[in-house]
Design a protein around this ligand. Sequence first.
Ligand SMILES: Cc1cc2nc3c(=O)[nH]c(=O)nc-3n(C[C@H](O)[C@H](O)[C@H](O)COP(=O)(O)OP(=O)(O)OC[C@H]3O[C@@H](n4cnc5c(N)ncnc54)[C@H](O)[C@@H]3O)c2cc1C
Length: 459
Amino acid sequence: MPERLVIIGGDAAGMSAATNARRSRPAADLEIVAFERSDWVSFSACGEPYYVSGDVSPIEALLVRSVEEFAKSSITVHKRHEVIAIDTAARTVTVRDHLGGREFTVGYDHLVYATGASARRLPIEGVDLLGVHEMHVLDDALAVRRLVEQRPRRAVIVGGGFVGVEMAEAFLANGIETTLIAAGDALLAGAFDVEFAARITEAVRGLGVRVETGHRVECLHGEAGRVTSVGCGDRAIPADLVVLAAGTVPNVALARAAGLRIGESGGVWVDDHLRTSVSGVWAAGDCAETTHRLTGLPLNLHLGTIANKQGRIVGLNIGGADEVFPGVLGTAITKCIDLEMARSGLTEAEARDAGFDAVAVTFEATTAAGYWPAARPMWVKAVADRSTRRILGAQILGGATAGKRIDALAMAIWNEMTVDALLNVDLSYTPTLSGVWDPVLTAGRVLQSALGPSATRPR
Ligand SMILES: Cc1cc2nc3c(=O)[nH]c(=O)nc-3n(C[C@H](O)[C@H](O)[C@H](O)COP(=O)(O)OP(=O)(O)OC[C@H]3O[C@@H](n4cnc5c(N)ncnc54)[C@H](O)[C@@H]3O)c2cc1C
């Protein structure tokens, strides 16, 4: 008899676990069954803003693998099947079949908990009005695209995070007057240092987005069941379309009810192999806790990059490997029209909070040689630890091609490079693509100036 792997959640983490387990173990040895409560399996939520903008179409372009393709690898996926209970003693899950209107129980040898996250529900009046949508699953993207096709004049986005910024691009590209309302003092305030986030906010304003910071949305007003404005204090901001993008929360209720330990971050607690506190149960993706590589602190980040890697490791470990998930730096990037924003590692504030003697520098550079007509300005903030001279974090804002430089800096942070070593790395150069001192190297140089010369030879 083969063992059975049951997966709860049919997207990035769950289906990565399925495919990697299958690579290691044939069907004769491991039966794999995935339950997905929605109509969508293995999709790119990250592409939703670009479906809404009209850049990507049809919505099926965002599907990575179909149920039929999984079946070819002997992975059975049941859509519209929701796992409603886990009995960890009996090693069974109870499944509600929303198609057939029945409930049944399935046994497992291994269980992967990959339920993801959900949009944070705003406890305000008016969220059920027509013209109001969250932006989390593909059905949200379909609904918002339909509204965009009705040519609304004014859109309001509630939430100044990454999704909010990407939705602003989608609306601007469709000629819609766009207001972005952030509860914090700036856009992307949680991910960047305060003054850098303020710079980002000004830059996004420069694209034509009306950005309202420091506002809590209190209610949504409507007429004849359709949204007409967003209420903030004594103001009513007119809106024909409202997107609620006020963050996400991990889906842990089922895990909690089953007795799985929930970590300090709010995600399902896992060890370094991504095993939960209950034998035979693994967790991966947005629902799971992870560890910051620099601070060792637990955190629950909702990024496709992490979900895919964690799913892979769970799958390999179920296949018999001994893979450890090495933690994260919180590397993230987004863009709005031709403005790119990226971050990795610790902000200056986070570094100080974590007890580092942080030294931070901010400098302006260009995306290509200064004389190249297409060169765009960019700003880099880099953070290092005074005693070890290690680079701890980086933040980038700038024109096209600025943002992906975060990856080189993430490699430096990941590999514990000192600023002295960073500035000498043999990076490429041609004037149309960078200055001879790429901003990545300049980060090392400027930090070295701030720290003073190194007493030891760089490693
Ligand atoms: C608009 C948008 C843009 C994004 N852009 C980026 C980006 O640019 N870069 C990036 O790194 N990340 C991005 N993300 C985040 C990324 O999409 C998520 O981190 C990733 O999808 C997480 O994968 P997951 O498998 O952990 O969870 P999910 O994708 O949430 O999948 C979990 C699945 O589990 C199902 N499920 C939940 N409970 C049950 C149950 N009880 N029974 C059965 N099924 C269940 C859900 O229906 C869902 O399909 C974006 C997200 C959104 C919404």
